[in-house]
Design a protein around this ligand. Structure first.
Ligand SMILES: Cc1cc2nc3c(=O)[nH]c(=O)nc-3n(C[C@H](O)[C@H](O)[C@H](O)COP(=O)(O)OP(=O)(O)OC[C@H]3O[C@@H](n4cnc5c(N)ncnc54)[C@H](O)[C@@H]3O)c2cc1C
Length: 605
């Protein structure tokens, strides 16, 4: 792709078609690969000028389709150019600063300095807005600062899970560990000057809209424990979806005499060597911790309530080779093209697997033919990995369709379960004792350490922050305990200039990562702020009828998605079972909705 991109010689696509054809993956298109390398080296070192002007949409589409060996439809092109890093190479920034001096007087409060809050800072700064970010932690990074359990890392491929405006050439693994994500976020916060805008160890307690001044009073408690009120013209909440550890409700847990640690509160000094460890939970964190500690511990007993679907490992070694890293750093567009490839196979291609086919003949286990094909593929992998352990196999197969809950990436989970000193227990835990756990059938499992891999609090979506809008209406009165609703997942009627990142029904649970969500929503928010300035207004809020109609569409679409399947209970749902986290549309649809705010949908004043 790079060679064709730089030379614009389309005959190369025909000549080297084999390298992109998956049917040649095994037999190898190595001779072609060598020839391409030689040609590219020639092009890059000959001293002749190469063509680095932006590709036309048509040319990009042609190259992209050749690369992934399937048609890339026209509707995806703007998203791909934006999200795969090509947009930053365009001469015009996406939001060129306009009327800078007026925007500087307009101050935005951002709550949270994780992946989303840093992105908000970068984009607000670029657009010329004044902003301050508050974070109760002592550093940037959010999730990736606080989660330090063994094996912590991404499930979304690293070469996509990053900002499109800062494509990272240095990922050590295709699914990198948390510390590298944190390093990357720190570098971005420093490189884009965001850190200077962050007030650390400062918790936002409340945000109250003042009708008279059309501003927000943001009450914070700073690092010295002092409360004060800061004023802002707009508030962006970037507090993430996960709001802290959920501890299991096990009678007697407090009496356990050993160490009980939640994965979200891990002590890096905890030494598990030779210990008997009981781990509760088999979700995303457990699946990372277990294989990371299994070789150190004397005994590992895993308590499972419900199993997860597991995506096969593509290969044992997922380290990025030195050569590939060199190419990412030095070869123009290599990183961008690789990001495109990574995104393509981890995003909307999955959507067909979450859509319920009402005619499907085996709705208890899958939701459509593509869903069943996926289920069979995942089953085949489990059978292969556990061929000699039918006892385990029958207990690790979920009874809900794939994608009902997050599909987890295999970091050697099945291989871990097969080990002699590992036991999978599916009986319910009845209570804890000073020395371990007792199951419902009265069996006592002794343990020195309990690992609580029991997940995170997702609700209420705006955490503990007390938010009041126009006329003193509390957000909790509108949303109740767990009924969050927003227009396009970000704006709420009655709460002018309040923007919720990762808000209701906006998570892309069929693919890609939170990074695309954050970037898309922030792009939209900056568009809203620009609209205010263009119209000489101070605040905007969505029309109630527009908000309601949007939410009706959300509900209608969700009825046809796997997350609403009767067999699924997940953190995507609220206490009444309504899906409140997942976005019911393809990424390309949601991304497109967020490109330009529609003035008719808002009340400006
Ligand atoms: C172990 C783990 C693995 C994950 N892997 C993936 C993955 O592979 N792909 C993916 O897409 N997502 C993944 N996620 C989800 C992940 O949380 C998001 O991708 C992303 O990091 C969220 O960033 P954020 O900035 O929105 O929220 P967070 O990272 O949660 O940051 C929120 C910040 O807000 C601050 N804050 C909250 N309330 C207040 C307050 N009242 N006052 C001041 N500060 C406040 C917090 O201190 C925190 O720093 C994973 C999550 C976990 C826990």
């Amino acid at each position: 792709m790079v060679l064709t991109h730089l030379t614009r010689d389309l005959s190369l696509l025909e000549r080297f078609a084999k390298v992109c054809d998956p049917s040649h993956a095994e037999t190898g298109a190595e001779p072609d690969a060598d020839a391409i390398r030689d040609l590219l080296a020639e092009v890059l070192t000959s001293g002749r000028p190469v063509d680095t002007t932006p590709l036309t949409d048509a040319l990009f589409q042609r190259l992209a389709s050749a690369y992934v060996h399937e048609p890339v439809d026209e509707e995806f092109i703007p998203l791909l150019l934006d999200q795969c890093g090509f947009a930053k190479l365009a001469p015009e920034p996406s939001h060129p600063p306009k009327a800078l001096s007026r925007q500087r007087d307009f101050h935005v409060a951002v709550i949270g300095a994780g992946l989303s809050g840093i992105c908000a800072g970068v984009k607000l700064g670029e657009a010329g807005y004044s902003y301050r970010i508050y974070d109760r932690n002592e550093d940037v990074g959010g999730t990736w600062l606080t989660n330090v359990y063994p094996g912590v890392g991404v499930d979304t491929p690293s070469h996509f899970y990053s900002y499109s405006f800062e494509v990272n050439p240095d990922w050590p693994e295709f699914y990198s560990k948390g510390e590298y994500v944190l390093d990357y976020l720190r570098r971005c916060a420093d490189g884009y000057g965001v850190r200077d805008h962050v007030e650390f160890q400062t918790e936002v307690l409340s945000c109250a809209y003042d009708d008279a001044s059309k501003r927000w009073a943001v009450t914070v408690r700073d690092r010295r424990g002092q409360e004060r009120v800061d004023w802002a013209d707009a508030v962006i909440t970037a507090i993430g979806v996960f709001q802290g550890a959920v501890r299991p409700d096990i009678p007697g847990l407090d009496e356990f005499a050993g160490i009980a640690v939640h994965t979200a509160e891990w002590d890096p000094d905890l030494d598990l060597t030779g210990r008997r460890v009981a781990m509760i939970g088999t979700g995303a964190s457990s699946m990372q911790v277990g294989p990371a500690i299994v070789d150190d511990v004397a005994q590992l007993t895993v308590f499972q309530r419900s199993p997860s679907w597991i995506m096969p490992r593509r290969k044992d070694d997922l380290t990025v080779s030195e050569g590939a890293n060199w190419a990412m750093r030095h070869v123009p567009f290599y990183g961008e093209w690789f990001r495109f490839f990574t995104y393509w196979f981890a995003s909307d291609g999955n959507f067909v697997r979450v859509v319920i086919d009402p005619e499907w003949h085996m709705p208890e286990v899958s939701v459509s033919k593509p869903s069943e094909d996926l289920r069979q593929w995942l089953l085949a992998y489990a059978r292969e990995e556990l061929a000699d352990r039918p006892d385990l196999l029958e207990r690790v197969i979920p009874d809900y369709p794939p994608f009902g809950k997050r599909i987890l990436r295999d970091s050697n989970w099945y291989r871990m379960l097969r080990q002699d000193h590992v036991e999978l227990v599916t009986d319910a835990i009845e209570r804890a004792t000073t020395g371990g756990l007792v199951t419902a059938d009265g069996r006592e499992v002794p343990a020195d350490v309990l690992i609580l891999a029991t997940g995170y609090q997702v609700l209420p979506m705006l955490g503990q922050i007390d938010i009041t809008g126009r006329n003193g209406t509390a957000l909790t009165d509108v949303w109740g305990h767990d009924e969050p609703r927003a227009h396009l997942g970000t704006t709420v009627p009655g709460f002018p200039n309040l923007f919720v990142l990762a808000g209701p029904n906006s998570a892309p649970n069929h693919g890609a990562g939170v990074n695309i969500l954050a970037e898309s929503q922030i792009h939209y928010i900056v568009g809203c702020l620009d609209l205010l300035h263009e119209r000489g207004a101070r605040v905007l809020e969505p029309r109630q009828d527009v908000h309601d109609a949007y939410n009706e569409r959300v509900d209608e679409a969700l009825e046809g998605r796997v997350w609403s399947h009767p067999s699924v209970r997940s953190y995507y749902q609220n206490s009444s079972g309504r899906v409140i986290v997942s976005c019911p549309w393809r990424l390309v649809d949601y991304w497109s909705m967020l490109r330009v705010p529609d003035e008719d949908e808002y009340i400006l004043s």
